[in-house]
Write a protein that binds this ligand. Structure first.
Ligand code: G4P
Length: 518
């Protein structure tokens, strides 16, 4: 095995998806502790709390340095090089959140045992499912009363349409929570509540640590599993058809190591990425990568941004010359950065699966490809359907040039999607995935471009890209058609009911939730 192949084999790049409050931050923190990337519990949490203490954009702006470093966290554990991609899930939920999943090879879905599958989890899961990446499930908060484990598995299967396979099984819940049984390896992990510790032991050697009725419950559960006859099939996990499920409590650090060990063993190393010339294997000797996120930097004077590049193949070396394929320019990557939990540092070398941050003075767009050797482009960077829409207007006409520039650059960054009327009228419409993005836009337009804008919310909640010519809607209530920046027609509707009525009226109209099908 070459050293590149070895490095690729050790790489794991994944994202954690969850609904707010399910415990993503707490789990991330525990994973980082195992990886030695942070020294004390509370470090990630404290920063997040500051960032979310106030809901306005100012507070988030102050925390920007932090959110940059938490976009990707690298740590080493048990011989693995782990890249954990952050998917913001709170008020700052945005298209970025979806796009981060494009850079991951697998996803970990955190579910609150008391709440089950929640709306934001569904949205993020759908993006992962479209890519057919493996999704692992961590059912959290077993130290509290929650739903019955069987019901939770059924709920995941029913709501998300993925099969589940319990990798461990919880014994008790809430105050009666005793621990988990590792189904594959056949050991029990006892939860020592008093010392917030855990102990691996033989189930038959438990003595009186677990009352007989709870032991019987476990035997019954194992019997049921055996009767169901499902065997664990790693290839179905890899195809995204089966989700291995782990139970635990992130806050008590219980079940986290059990999860991490098994997850790293089963999760795929960097996988090939699709390009116009077919799949690009990670072990190709030539470096290639794509930009999946652009984040503006703190300093409005410099307008510099960081473009996050997922390395798709080969080895990256500081100072190397690569082709920026869209512009055909050769650029030298002199100051690439990588991120540990609390610091960023200049990276000397990195491999397929890793993420590097490049200083960007405006060259990069989302989806741009960088290559060494032959120039090709990666495919599959959809625009996702915005869920909030507004009409935007410049307050003082004199600032038109700055206004245009601001809209253009912030669109390239992926902050907003811009739409225009089909009759080429002057109005400008905006679409965003999370409503906070409008506040962000307003703030940044003023601070970075010196432009005041009026943003008038519109009642639409869904956008669908239309394949082929668009129909004449006439005076159809609660819907309109606009053009995106590439002049593709997009249908905006206020609600699913209107969408269904329209589809009935114009059955020949083919609609897509994201732009990548067109
Ligand atoms: P998020 O990033 O997914 O939004 O969730 P986060 O980790 O911030 O956790 C949300 C809340 O759930 C926090 O409580 C956290 O302490 C709690 N939590 C996380 N994991 C567990 C768990 O395994 N068991 C229990 N019982 N609670 C858990 P909070 O009250 O919002 O914050 P804090 O004051 O506890 O920090």
């Amino acid at each position: 095995m070459t050293s590149l192949e070895q490095k690729i084999k050790q790489g794991r790049t994944f994202a954690i998806i969850s609904h707010p409050d399910a415990g993503k931050t707490t789990l991330t923190e525990k994973l980082l502790l195992f990886g030695g990337a942070i020294r004390e519990a509370g470090a990630v949490k404290a920063r997040r709390q500051q960032a979310h203490a106030r809901s306005d954009w100012m507070a988030i702006e102050q925390q920007r340095g932090i959110s940059v470093t938490s976009t990707v966290l690298q740590f080493f554990y048990n011989g693995y090089r782990v890249n954990l991609l952050d998917t913001p899930g709170h008020q700052d939920f945005s298209e970025d959140t979806y796009r981060t999943l494009l850079a991951a090879d697998s996803a970990v879905m955190v579910i609150d045992a008391a709440k089950g599958v929640e709306p934001q989890t569904i949205k993020l899961f759908e993006v992962a499912a479209k890519r057919h990446i493996p999704v692992f499930t961590f059912i959290n908060k077993l130290d509290r009363e929650g739903k019955d484990p069987w019901d939770l598995l059924q709920e995941i299967e029913r709501v998300l349409g993925i099969q589940t396979f319990p990798m461990n099984w919880p014994v008790g819940m809430g105050l009666d929570f005793r621990g988990i049984y590792d189904v594959r390896q056949g050991y029990f992990e006892y939860f020592d509540r008093e010392h917030q510790a855990y102990e691996r032991m033989d189930f038959n050697a438990l003595g009186d640590k677990v009352p007989e009725d709870q032991r019987q419950e476990l035997r019954d559960a194992l019997e049921l599993m055996a009767e169901a006859g499902e065997t664990f099939a790693a290839e179905r996990v890899n195809e995204g058809q089966l989700s291995p499920v782990f139970f635990g409590s992130a806050i008590a650090n219980f079940g986290v190591q059990n999860f991490l060990d098994t997850f790293l063993e089963l999760a795929p190393p960097p996988t090939p990425r699709m390009s116009q010339q077919g799949p690009v294997p990670p072990k190709s000797p030539h470096f290639s990568g794509f930009v999946f996120k652009i984040q503006a930097n703190m300093n409005p004077q410099h307008r510099d941004r960081i473009a996050f590049v997922r390395i798709a193949s080969g080895r990256f070396e500081r100072g190397m010359a690569v082709t920026h394929v869209r512009t055909q320019r050769v650029i030298r990557l002199n100051q690439p950065q990588q991120f540990l939990a609390q610091d960023r540092f200049i990276v000397e070398e990195a491999y397929a699966g890793d993420v590097i941050g490049l200083h960007d003075a405006g060259l990069f767009h989302i989806g741009d490809t960088l290559t060494e050797g032959s120039a090709f482009e990666f495919t599959g960077f959809p625009r996702f359907s915005p869920e909030h829409f507004a009409e935007v207007e410049l307050k003082y006409a004199l600032k038109h040039k700055q206004y245009q520039r601001g809209l253009k650059e912030l669109t390239e960054e992926g902050l907003i999607q811009v739409f225009h009327p089909t009759d080429n009228g002057p109005q400008v419409f905006l679409g965003v995935v999370g409503p906070l993005q409008f506040e962000v836009l307003e703030y940044r337009m003023k601070n970075e471009y010196g432009v005041d804008v009026n943003i008038r919310p519109l009642p639409y909640t869904m956008a669908r890209w239309i394949d082929g010519p668009w129909p004449e809607l006439g005076r159809f209530d609660r819907a309109t058609i606009l053009l995106d920046t590439e002049n593709r027609p997009v249908l905006l509707v206020e609600d699913p009911y209107t969408l269904a009525r329209l589809q009935e009226k114009v059955p020949s109209m083919h609609l897509y939730e994201s732009s990548d099908h067109i």
